[in-house]
Design a protein around this ligand. Structure first.
Ligand code: ZN
Length: 283
């Protein structure tokens, strides 16, 4: 465990070619690059809350930030806002997101007051599309190995949902629930998929990551952790057979904080199954 004391660690994603893990601290407005080879964790302040990070094929990183989609050059530390949905307000800050197999960047926003957020898609050409309205807390998103299904978590629903996904057009349809998370396991947050097509979900206030059967919706395995707010997970390592897990310490105070070892830390476990490489932004 890397005791990084993140306020709100999130957005873990492995870079297979560089052998590093990217993750973000939303509240501290930081993008982090953890190099397991050296044990060093570098961070970049991007000046506004940052919900997630993905690799960019043309070089550098892409981010979902408070104001929309941005880019970060880790060589210079330069951050630039690239695109935002029309009429997007900063109080609906962007949260989690990932790229689909065609390299389109999907990320969603948070509800604010009575106004819901939405799930958006940034295409490699720069267009931003609203793909799903009525979202409360947009979170984990991942695609099936056959590229026909998109799995998605709006944390407020307490569910993992699935959509039929058309890889060519990027359209989604046929929304349905596949996993209903029982209350004693907290709330579903970030998510990734393993090489057997099973879903790994980080459980906010659930002290765990869980492996869920994407077909039957059944719980296969629960990996317990010593702190409540587990936020995201990503397969990594040279063989993609390790699982990195982020967490948050925000909202954990006093006695709870002293009893929860490593709140805000970054974990690495050996889950006994391999993951799939993450997709890059194609723009
Ligand atoms: Zn999250």
């Amino acid at each position: 465990m890397l005791d990084c004391n993140a306020d709100l660690g999130e957005g873990a994603i492995w870079d297979s070619s560089a052998g590093v893990l990217y993750w973000v601290d939303i509240d501290r407005r930081e993008v982090h690059i953890f190099d397991p080879g050296t044990g060093k964790d570098r961070s970049f302040d991007v000046g506004q809350s940052v919900g997630t990070v993905v690799k960019r094929r043309s070089g550098g990183l892409m981010l979902a930030v408070r104001d929309g989609f941005g880019s970060l050059d880790p060589k210079t530390g330069k951050f630039e806002l690239v695109a935002a949905p029309e009429g997007h307000k900063p109080e609906h800050r962007f949260n989690d997101g990932k790229c689909d197999p065609q390299g389109r960047f999907w990320a969603g926003t948070m509800e604010a007051g009575d106004e819901k957020g939405a799930l958006f898609r940034l295409d490699p050409g720069g267009n931003v599309r609203r793909m799903l309205p009525g979202v409360s807390v947009s979170n984990g998103i991942v695609w099936s190995l056959d590229k026909k299904t998109m799995y998605y978590i709006d944390t407020a629903t307490g569910k993992v949902e699935a959509f039929d996904y058309d890889d060519k057009s990027g359209n989604i349809s046929g929304r349905r629930a596949v996993v209903a998370v029982p209350a004693d396991l907290g709330h579903p947050d970030g998510m990734t998929i393993d090489a057997e097509g099973m879903l790994w979900v980080a459980h906010w206030d659930g002290f765990c990551v869980c492996r869920w059967d994407s077909a039957s919706g059944k719980l296969i395995r629960r990996v317990k952790l010593p702190t409540a707010r587990i936020t995201s997970c990503a397969f990594g390592g040279p063989n993609l057979d390790q699982l990195y897990i982020t967490s948050a310490r925000t909202g954990i105070d006093g006695e709870a904080l002293s009893s929860q070892h490593g709140a805000g830390g970054l974990w690495r476990i050996n889950p006994g199954v391999k993951g799939m490489p993450a997709f890059e932004f194609a723009g």
